[in-house]
Design a protein around this ligand. Structure first.
Ligand code: GCB
Length: 601
């Protein structure tokens, strides 16, 4: 261990180096160094590298603990008892979930430690930040034996400044990841998707100047469609320095000087702005300059609103021809790459979609940026799913953090039109309070987009009613229904009536049924492709009669892994409601949906 590290350990008491998590906007267009690649890992079900035998947590102690894995200790002394060695441990690809990379970790839920060694030469005056796109679920991060901090939540990004700790060679980054499901977590213990563990998105070093643009928002005003508004936030701002925003194609140029505040709010007016639509997803080059630094983004401008039963995109009614998507790479692992995103969104386009519901948690940035380019409207969601502990303030705080992080990252994407707060949550006063509190936060952070949640309905005497009290607080009333799969008779489809007590646009956020691709037979028997095809035909007849219908997103584009789906020979660990199998083969219902969207205006 170097003297510098020992000194830092003494000064900081290991833990206190931790700082507020920092999210830097638009990492892809900055000076970066990727830490993706092969990382050593140690599976640690008893958390031996984290606690001593009396369960004292090593990283809260001030003395040196040889057993603490984050020291990556290699004793020069043969008498020392050191019972781990990252360098002799196996490696796996990062980003990547551990379940699909190591056979013995397929069902594993617990702690795994990861270590990456690297060199980095940081010039004087520059700063360095370490960013994780996402790690599922609880993460503790240590650089060169010092704790940087911790993070909770499996689908949002976080980061730490490492300028003071980085060395020109032999840095070691140790990350403890724990994906044990917990009752008080978000999501809680019961989900219909695989709890993929690990460092599932990119790990990146971001190099900046001493003072730099950390975050910004650039959007079209909701009321005045000639006005572009937003803010720029400068990290370590120096008064009197200037910030400029340029949109060359619109001949727009805005310049302002910083005062003592690190955030400037701006508005300026443009002529002949071409608005972003799925048909013509126009993105403008936007250049943000601060001193000699220039940061580029591609941003689309559009408005989104509702008027009684309609969704209005740039003032015109739009019908959401959608599909739900899980963040899987279609081979049975967490998706993350640009290729994964392209595969999924190309299928959505082929189906005739203008809209995707990215279920049930914030997906990776690649897919959202690609939706911007390909012209697909997006619903984004946080994993407030089924039964979570609505009574626990810490659970609420966790959900709120995930919501804020999702909005922070994707607020400049024109494709994103809906923030969803929850999916199929059970009715109670605590749950309604929990979700309405989230709604207030979302509206405050982003007053421009629509708020929704996937609700359930009540059914009596053939009449289905949407009367969930949340309907009063959301802009877009979405509901899931599974006629012919979890109940109800497909023959009755045309007779079933839907009503809502809210005069708002309704969208069917889920419907569907399973089919094993390649299994054929009569349309009344479950699991056959013909059954799923018939289920779609009948459901669509019913859906067409729903008043104020403004869109739909069948469940789901591709079969996905779920530990709840175990029927041998049919499910084999997959939810088979995909219109496409996990091998990428289309099922018969795919063509029914494609035809429906082809005919829909
Ligand atoms: C639902 C859930 C979704 C499930 C789906 C199913 O209502 O929202 O997460 O995967 O049903 O297949 O049961």
């Amino acid at each position: 261990m170097s003297r510098l590290i020992l000194l830092l350990m003494l000064l900081t008491g290991y833990q206190s180096f931790s700082q507020e998590n920092l999210s830097i906007q638009n990492i892809g267009n900055r000076k970066t160094y990727s830490l993706n690649g092969k990382w050593n890992y140690i599976v640690d079900p008893y958390e031996t590298g984290y606690y001593n035998f009396h369960l004292d947590q090593y990283d809260t102690r001030k003395d040196f603990q040889m057993g603490a894995y984050y020291f990556n200790y290699h004793s020069p002394n043969k008498q020392d008892l050191v019972e781990y060695d990252f360098d002799k441990s196996p490696v796996m690809n990062i980003p990547g979930d551990w379940n699909s990379q190591a056979k013995d970790l397929f069902y594993y839920e617990g702690t795994v430690w990861f270590k990456k060694s690297f060199d980095y030469s940081l010039k004087a005056g520059k700063r360095l930040f370490l960013n994780f796109g996402a790690v599922n679920y609880k993460t503790d991060v240590y650089l060169n034996g010092i704790k940087l901090g911790a993070h909770t939540g499996g689908f949002t990004s976080f980061g730490f400044e490492v300028s003071a700790l980085i060395k020109s060679s032999n840095n070691f980054l140790v990350v403890k990841v724990d994906n044990k499901r917990q009752k008080d977590a978000v999501p809680s213990t019961n989900t219909d998707w695989w709890n993929y563990g690990g460092i599932t998105r990119d790990v990146t070093l971001v190099e900046t100047e001493d003072t730099f643009i950390e975050d910004y928002s650039i959007q079209l005003d909701k009321q005045d469609t000639t006005k572009i508004t937003g803010f720029v936030k400068v990290n370590n701002a120096r008064p009197n320095d200037s910030v400029t925003i340029k949109i060359p194609e619109l001949h727009l140029f805005y310049k302002t000087n910083l005062t003592t505040d690190s955030i400037i709010n701006f508005e300026f007016f443009g002529k002949n702005i071409k608005y972003w639509t799925p048909g013509e997803p126009k993105l403008y080059q936007v250049l943000l300059s601060y001193n000699s630094q220039v940061l580029e983004d591609k941003i689309g401008f559009r408005t989104i609103a509702t008027r009684s039963g309609k969704i209005l995109l740039n003032g015109q009614p739009v019908f959401l021809k959608g599909i739900c998507i899980h963040e899987e790479n279609a081979r049975g692992g967490r998706g993350n790459s640009k290729e994964d995103a392209l595969r999924l969104l190309t299928w959505a386009k082929e189906l005739g979609c203008n809209y995707v519901r990215l279920a049930h948690y914030p997906h990776n940035e690649n897919i959202v940026r690609l939706a911007d380019k390909m012209g697909l409207l997006v619903w984004e969601e946080i994993p407030v799913y089924w039964s979570i502990n609505f009574k626990n303030p810490a659970t609420y705080q966790n959900a709120e953090n995930q919501l804020k992080d999702m909005i922070t990252r994707d607020k400049n994407r024109a494709s994103v039109i809906i923030w969803s707060m929850a999916n199929e949550t059970p009715l109670s006063a605590e749950r309604t309070k929990f979700i309405t509190d989230l709604i207030s936060v979302a509206r405050e952070k982003d007053p421009t987009r629509l708020i929704s949640a996937a609700l359930l309905s009540e059914s009596k005497d053939g009449i289905h009613t949407i009367n969930d009290p949340l309907g009063a607080y959301i802009d877009l009333v979405a509901f899931n229904q599974y006629l012919g799969w979890y109940g109800g008779n497909l023959e009755d489809a045309e007779k079933i009536k839907w009503t809502s007590i809210y005069d708002k646009p309704l969208i069917v956020s889920e419907f569907g049924g399973d089919a094993k691709q390649g299994l054929h037979g009569n349309k009344y028997d479950r699991w056959n492709e013909e059954f799923q095809e018939y289920l779609y035909i009948q459901n669509l007849k019913m859906i067409d009669k729903i008043p104020n219908l403004a869109g739909l997103s069948p469940w789901i584009l591709v079969d996905f892994r779920s530990p709840r789906r175990l029927l041998p020979g049919i499910q084999d660990g997959y939810n088979r409601k995909g219109l496409i199998s996990n091998e990428g083969k289309k099922k018969k219902a795919f063509w029914i949906m494609k035809k429906y969207y082809g005919n829909k205006r």
